[in-house]
Design a protein around this ligand. Structure first.
Ligand code: ARG
Length: 359
C-alpha cells in the first residue's frame, strides 16, 4: 500500500540506504502485538467489521511464527508486515488494518515495548549482581586491605567496604531504570502521523491491552520525542561506567604485582606466544564495551538535538543505538556476576599489603 501512489520503484542501493528492515527484526513481534491490539480497538469501535477483524487477526497470529529475515523489498517492518497481512487476509480486509494509524505512532510504540522488556531484563540481572556483591561482602567482613586515593595507600579498610561501594552504585542504577520505566511505559498509539486522527478511536483501549500505564498525551510529543530512548541508553551508559570502574579495580588487583584477586580460568584468556599469561580480557572488554555504549548515547543526543518537531526520518537511526546497548548491558551483567562468583580473594596478600605502608 505504502508506495502504490508512486510511479517508480526504488533502485537497489537507494532501498538499501533507506530501509531499516535489518534493524527492525528486533521489533517485529512488538509490531504484530501492537497491530493486534489496534485491530481489536478498530472492531470494538465499529470502525471495521467482525469478519474483517477476524481475517486480520488470523493473519497476524500466523505471522508470529514467520521468519522475517529473508531479503525483502520493504522499507521497514511495518510495511513488510502490512503487505504480508494483505497477502494472507486479502486487500479488502487486510488493507484496513492500518486505519487511523501511522507508521509514526507505530514505530514509537514498538520501540517503547522493546525497551520496556529490555529494562525488565536489565533490572533482573542487575539485581543478581547486587545480591552477589552483598553475599561476597558478608563473607569478607574481616578481610583487611588498604583503601586507596590516587591509587596510593590511604587508610586501612575492609574488602567488604569496597564490595558494598559497588553494590550501592549499582543500586542507584537499578533505581534509575525503575524510575525511567514509568516514563517509557506510556502508549503513543493513536497519535497518528503527528496530529492524531479524526476517526473516533479509543487510545485508552490499546494502551490498556498492551499493558501501558497511560498515554503519551500530546500527539506531537508522542511521535517526535525519543527522550525515553536517551534516558534508557543514558542510564545504560552510567551503569556501564560503574561496571567499568569495578573492572578497572579488578584488573589492577589481579596483576602479579598486586595479586589480591585471582580470576577463574573460565574468565581469562591466555596469550598465543606467552603461555605464562592469564589476561583479564573479560574485564577489559567491559571497559571497551562501556566506551561503545557511551558512543551510542552521544549518537542519540546528536541525532535529536536539531530535529524540528514532528517525525523526521533521522529518527530511524535512533534504533541502531538501542539494540546493541541492551545486548552489551545484559551480557556484561551476566559475565560480571559469574566472574564475581568464581574469583578467588587472596586474603593474605590483602592483609600483607598494609604492612609495608604507613596507612
Ligand atoms: N522506518 C521508520 C522508522 O524506523 C518508520 C516510520 C516511517 N515514517 C515515515 N513517515 N516515513 O522510523
Amino acid at each position: 500500500m505504502y508506495r502504490s501512489r508512486l510511479e517508480g520503484k526504488l533502485d537497489e542501493n537507494t532501498l538499501e540506504f533507506l530501509s531499516s528492515i535489518s534493524d527492525d527484526f528486533q521489533i517485529a513481534q512488538y509490531d504484530i502485538l501492537g497491530s493486534q491490539a489496534h485491530t481489536l480497538m478498530l472492531l470494538e469501535n465499529k470502525i471495521i467489521t467482525k469478519a474483517e477483524a477476524e481475517k486480520i487477526l488470523g493473519a497476524l497470529e500466523r505471522l508470529k511464527k514467520e521468519n522475517f529475515s529473508e531479503k525483502s523489498e520493504a522499507e521497514d517492518i511495518h510495511e513488510l508486515i502490512e503487505s504480508l497481512v494483505i497477502k494472507k487476509a486479502g486487500k479488502e480486509a487486510g488493507g484496513k488494518m492500518h486505519t487511523a494509524r501511522s507508521r509514526n505512532d507505530q514505530v514509537a510504540l514498538d520501540i517503547r515495548m522493546k525497551i520496556r522488556d529490555d529494562v525488565n531484563i536489565v533490572c533482573f540481572f542487575l539485581n543478581e549482581v547486587i545480591s552477589t556483591l552483598i553475599q561476597l561482602a558478608e563473607k569478607h567482613q574481616n578481610t583487611i586491605m588498604p583503601l586507596y586515593t590516587h591509587l596510593q595507600q590511604a587508610q586501612v579498610g575492609l574488602f567488604s567496604h569496597f564490595l558494598l561501594a559497588y553494590a550501592d552504585a549499582l543500586f542507584r542504577d537499578l533505581d534509575r531504570f525503575y524510575v525511567a520505566y514509568g516514563r517509557i511505559n506510556e502508549s503513543p498509539l493513536g497519535a497518528g502521523p503527528v496530529g492524531g486522527t479524526s476517526i473516533p478511536i479509543d487510545r485508552q483501549f490499546t494502551a490498556k491491552m498492551l499493558g501501558f500505564k497511560g498515554l503519551v498525551e500530546n500527539s506531537i510529543d508522542a511521535t517526535s520525542s525519543r527522550d525515553f530512548v536517551a534516558e534508557y541508553v543514558g542510564n545504560s551508559s552510567i551503569l556501564m561506567t560503574n561496571l567499568s570502574r569495578m573492572a578497572e579495580d579488578f584488573i589492577i588487583w589481579s596483576t602479579s604485582e598486586f595479586s589480591f584477586l585471582e580470576l577463574s580460568d573460565k574468565f581469562t584468556s591466555t596469550s598465543s606466544v606467552m603461555p605464562q599469561k592469564k589476561n583479564p580480557d573479560i574485564l577489559e572488554l567491559i571497559r571497551g564495551k562501556t566506551a561503545q555504549v557511551i558512543g551510542y548515547q552521544m549518537a542519540i543526543l546528536s541525532n535529536l538535538k536539531g530535529l524540528p518537531s514532528g517525525y523526521n526520518r533521522d529518527l530511524q537511526q535512533i534504533k541502531v543505538s538501542i539494540w546493541p546497548t541492551s545486548k552489551i548491558v545484559i551480557s556484561s551483567l551476566i559475565v560480571v556476576n559469574s566472574l564475581l562468583k568464581t574469583m578467588t580473594v587472596n586474603e593474605k596478600k590483602l592483609r600483607q599489603a598494609i604492612d609495608g605502608g604507613f596507612s
